[in-house]
Design a protein around this ligand. Sequence first.
Ligand code: M6R
Length: 608
Amino acid sequence: MCGIVGYIGKRQAAPIILDGLAKLEYRGYDSAGMAVFDGEKVNVKKAVGRLKVLEELTHDGATMPGTVGIGHTRWATHGAPSDVNSHPHFNGDKTIMVVHNGIIENYIPLRAKLQKKGYEFVSETDTEVVAQMLDYYYDGNPMETILKVLHRIEGSYALGIMFADHPGELFAARKGSPLVVGQSEDGCFIASDVPAILKYTRTVYFVDEQEVVRLEPDHMHFYTLDEEEIEKQPTTIEWDADAAEKAGYEHFMLKEMYEQPKTVTDTLLPRIKKDTIEIEELGLSDEEIARIRKIHIVACGSAYHAGVTGKYVIEGLARIPVEVDLASEFRYRNPILEEGAMVIVISQSGETADTLAALRESKARGFKVLGIVNVVGSSIAREADNVMYTWAGPEIAVATTKAYSAQLIALYLLAMKFASVKKTIKEEEYKKLLRDLKRLPDQIELLLNNKKNIQHFANRYIGARDIFFIGRGIDYAISLEGSLKLKEISYIHSEAYAAGELKHGTISLIEEGTLVAAVSTQPELYQKTISNMVEVKARGAFVLAVTNEGNKEIEKAADYVIYIPETNPYFANSLAIIPLQLFGYYVAVGRGCDVDKPRNLAKSVTVE
Ligand code: M6R
């Protein structure tokens, strides 16, 4: 999604803006632009394509002198990627500059109204309306003008605004799209995400819904939409800027895959005390847990896939019925939430628009929501009643790996906690499960060390047209994620199917040599999956099996086998997904794809 960076202070703004935008590249974008006030007028430069083009155009910012400015990377929604549609947008005489993340939903009537008053629009964007409206209402007082406009626009926004006749001030506002501001000795900053400004400051303020910020070179003031000044507490960012760098790895995705043993440990160990699972953040007493009648898990993409696994594990261990919904469906399907229901939303970024809307919908109906979230201080983290953080650290690659692995751990912990309170598992089983959980980081490490073999195998499939993933139960959940990992970064068509469902239509797509990855980690389903492997093999498929050590029988039906170390079947996803992540990664690398920033995708999807 779009990235915003703004700066006002003692230093040259353009290099800071470019540097910050580079740190936001992972969010996905197709054009970039910036506006800097040079002491007399505002200079604007925009460029389609990578940020590199804008850097070259401005000689790394050197041709845009000035100590106040705003910049933007745009992920096109309204109007194709083009110079004219890129931000910043401005009024007719280029004295008011706006960068925007989000969607102005009522921009069409607003634009029509302004056109009737003689305003001319040059772009197809919704954002230009904001710049022109600011011009229309401007009476020399930026704050009052901004508030008038914010009261009239509908939709979502994170805004950075600059007025040429007030060069000592910058403005920011937020509704529904993430925004942080920060302060250092050298100046004040606006950004859509912390990594953009972490090099300059660790003291940040998360801008809340419907708040406006006025930034001066050495001070920031926060206001409500009624212009009441607000006192806000800063947050000190503890994680290191290095965590958002590649550290010698070829891609962020590879680095993040290699961080999974640590991520799993960090999410797991603080919640195991004296061989008992304690999830303080849960905010539920044992009596309240005992009263849970149903769990609704709501999420998007890979977080949804983690939720599908969560369903099997929670239902299996704690015997609580679980419904898993895609957030984009849940929010509009008028879901039936009955007494005793608990809602869990899962999100790496904590900013996914549909997941946030599902959370709000659940709260509006009077249900408490637990967020499983990675980004501290994100919207979902702040709006959920309780937050269980996945301690994965910043995840930069668009394709999630380590955050997904951490989500699985959070769900296992919940399942076991609920099971122990509800006494649906015996003490001995609980202890054994805990032992297996603690072994996961080393076992993941072991699987990562097998990367050469996977790379070798993946190289055979860089020219594939279709690749299918099949599995039953938890193995189906693993297949969903394995398939998404492959297709989102390699652009090879892939589908995941419940193994028993394939013969109801999709099997007709299997041709001579089509790769079918069969996941088979659930001993009670081995034979069933083998039957499905045989079915596709008989139609010419090349069958890759991912199964547990010792399941030698599978070799009769598979052409190539990847073994995972022994663990409890409920936790098999954490291991089986590793070779599938590596497979997707190496196929994409072999095809020369932009692994960390796949086309058309964004890291955090802040529009619905
Ligand atoms: O930030 P979130 O976890 O809410 O994001 C949800 C999905 O957009 C995300 O998992 C997406 O599917 C990833 N590209 C998968 O790798």
